[in-house]
Design a protein. Structure first.
Length: 204
C-alpha cells in the first residue's frame, strides 16, 4: 500500500452504498446526483432547451472509497446505504490496481498547525488592521475637534468642556494645557459639572 502524502487529511461526510466488507475494511460506492434536462416542447424544436424545460435527477456512480475502523463492522451488510463522517488518510494503491481513497472512521480530525508563512501572514494582517483602526480613530478625533471649535466659540458649554478635554488629552490635536484650561473655564463658568471637576483636579 502506498499513501499519497501530498494531499492533507480532511474530514468528510461520505454518503453511499456498501460494496464489500472484508479484512476489517469496508468499501463504499459513492454516488452523485445529476440533473438531466429534457428538450423543450412545442415550437422550440428538437434539441432545444429552455429555462422552463423539465428534467429529472438520477444517482450516478462517482467512485469507490475504502473505510477503516468502521463502527459496528460486524453488522455492516453489502448494499447497505450509509452516511458517515470519516477522516481522509490519503490515496492508496495495491499492486497494479487503481488508486483508491482511504478514510479512517475512528480518528478524530485535528487541524494541521499553521505554517510559518501562515503565522507571518496573520501577524501582518493584524498589524495592518491595528494601524488602519488607529488611523480611523485618530481621524475621528480630528473631525470631532473641527466640529467642536465653532460650537464652543458660539458658547455651547458641553462643546467647550469636550474641546477642553481634547486639548488636555491630545485627542485629535496637539496637547495644549493652556487651551484646555481656557475652554474648561468657559464651560465651568456656565455650570458644566465635568469641566468644574476637571479644573479642580488640575489645580491640585
Amino acid at each position: 500500500m502506498i499513501i499519497d502524502v501530498n494531499k492533507p487529511n480532511k474530514l468528510s461526510y461520505l454518503n453511499g452504498k456498501i460494496n464489500s466488507v472484508r479484512d476489517g475494511i469496508v468499501t463504499l460506492d459513492i454516488y452523485k446526483s445529476t440533473y438531466h434536462v429534457l428538450p423543450a416542447q412545442g415550437n422550440a424544436g428538437i434539441g432545444a432547451y429552455s429555462a422552463s424545460s423539465s428534467g429529472y435527477s438520477v444517482k450516478e456512480f462517482d467512485r469507490t472509497v475504502a473505510l477503516t475502523n468502521f463502527p459496528n463492522i460486524n453488522d455492516a451488510t453489502v448494499d447497505q446505504q450509509i452516511r458517515i463522517k470519516a477522516l481522509r488518510m490519503g490515496t492508496f494503491k495495491v499492486s497494479d490496481s487503481s488508486p483508491i481513497e482511504f478514510y479512517d472512521c475512528g480518528t478524530p480530525y485535528v487541524p494541521p498547525p499553521p505554517t510559518p508563512e501562515q503565522i507571518k501572514a496573520a501577524q501582518d494582517a493584524a498589524k495592518a488592521k491595528a494601524i488602519a483602526d488607529k488611523k480611523r480613530a485618530d481621524q475621528g478625533q480630528i473631525n470631532a475637534v473641527r466640529w467642536l471649535q465653532p460650537q464652543a466659540t458660539n458658547g455651547d458649554a458641553s462643546a467647550q468642556c469636550s474641546l477642553g478635554l481634547h486639548y488636555l488629552n491630545g485627542q485629535g490635536c496637539e496637547t495644549n494645557r493652556e487651551q484646555a484650561i481656557y475652554w474648561l473655564k468657559k464651560a465651568a463658568d456656565q455650570g458644566d459639572a465635568e469641566a468644574t471637576t476637571t479644573l479642580t483636579r488640575l489645580q491640585k
